[in-house]
Design a protein around this ligand. Structure first.
Ligand code: SER
Length: 318
């Protein structure tokens, strides 16, 4: 179906994106070609698993070499809100982890490396709407600073060692299978889970905080498309902007209320508001569309319907 050979190593495979991307890659390339790793050995039976601490350079190098890895999907990272609580850990995992993965990748010829960057690389001086790839990038969070450096370090390996590195700036990702950990856009998932469970919700962002977002199926599709794009088609490397739609907490609340009229949200912004205030409202994804065919299928209302339908049985069990 596709031309990629060799084995895939996924770091951070137990996270929000990793759990679902692993299933997608196993389905697409076969169980024997995927190795799912995380700091704690992942508890899954559909492919090979291993414990891997990305801050341990020797372990990363050893696994890549011994298992014949030809594509690394490097997802292990500390997100924005957790990064503000544990800045040293965020620096270590995000920067040293990326350095170790890049060094292991560049040591193998023909290696491909994918990693997600983020809307967090923008900052308070960045324009707010339809933000282009090249703009003012002066992030103020540890997460944003480290991910911006990852973009640049990735490009350094591309230029200096010819590593086929690819990355995109993900917006907030909404999904139901695995809860996210430590992000600022997590409010959206919390709100949908509360609604599906029949409760109300206290939101940690202000009602009018508009952010770029995307539903998980579109994010998975984007990652696979970028992974499989011919290298020659890529003008950009590590910094493709992508988003599906923008909404603020009250938009999401109203959308949920169309299905569940009794649902209500109280707004009690906490320290995460200051993070969200530094991020743009929308991004220009046209380079991703042009260079590797990015497109998002889900609208806000389609996503909310699908989320509530899928969360209903899950939240009943909780
Ligand atoms: N979802 C991420 C966060 O909120 C943004 O990349 O940290």
């Amino acid at each position: 179906m596709q031309q990629m050979d060799g084995r895939f190593l996924i770091t951070g495979s137990s996270g929000q994106i990793g759990t679902e991307l692993t299933v997608a890659l196993v389905g697409r390339y076969g169980a024997d070609r995927v190795i799912a790793t995380d700091i704690v050995k992942p508890n899954r039976k559909d492919c090979m698993t291993a414990a891997l601490d990305v801050t341990d350079a020797d372990s990363v190098k050893k696994l890549v070499k011994e298992e014949g890895v030809t594509t690394i999907v490097h997802l292990a990272a500390i997100l924005s809100a957790k990064g503000e609580k544990t800045p040293d850990l965020a620096f270590d995992v995000n920067v040293n982890g990326m350095r170790n993965v890049l060094n292991a990748a560049s040591a193998v010829s023909g290696m491909k490396l994918f990693f997600p960057s983020t809307i967090g690389i923008f900052g308070p001086d960045t324009p707010k709407d339809n933000v282009p790839i090249e703009t003012i990038t002066r992030p103020t969070t540890m997460y944003g600073m480290t991910k911006l450096f990852c973009e640049q370090l990735g490009e350094y390996h591309f230029r200096k060692y010819g590593l086929d590195v690819r990355g995109l700036r993900l917006p907030g990702i909404v999904s139901y299978r695995t809860p996210p950990g430590g992000g600022t856009t997590d409010y959206s998932i919390e709100m949908l889970r509360a609604a599906a469970g029949g409760g109300n919700y206290t939101c940690f962002l202000k009602r009018e905080t508009m952010l770029p977002m995307m539903y998980m199926p579109d994010a998975l599709d984007a990652i696979v498309k970028l992974l499989e794009a011919p290298s020659s088609a890529l003008v950009h490397r590590t910094n493709f902007n992508v988003m599906a739609f923008s909404f603020c907490p009250s938009d999401l609340e109203n959308e949920i209320r169309k299905i569940n009229p009794c649902f209500s949200v109280r707004y009690a912004p906490d320290e995460r508001q200051a993070i969200a205030d530094t991020w743009p409202r929308s991004l220009d994804s046209s380079a991703a569309a042009r260079e590797w065919g990015f497109s998002a299928k889900y609208t806000l209302s389609g996503m909310v319907r699908d989320m509530l339908m899928n969360l209903a049985p899950l939240t009943r069990k909780e």
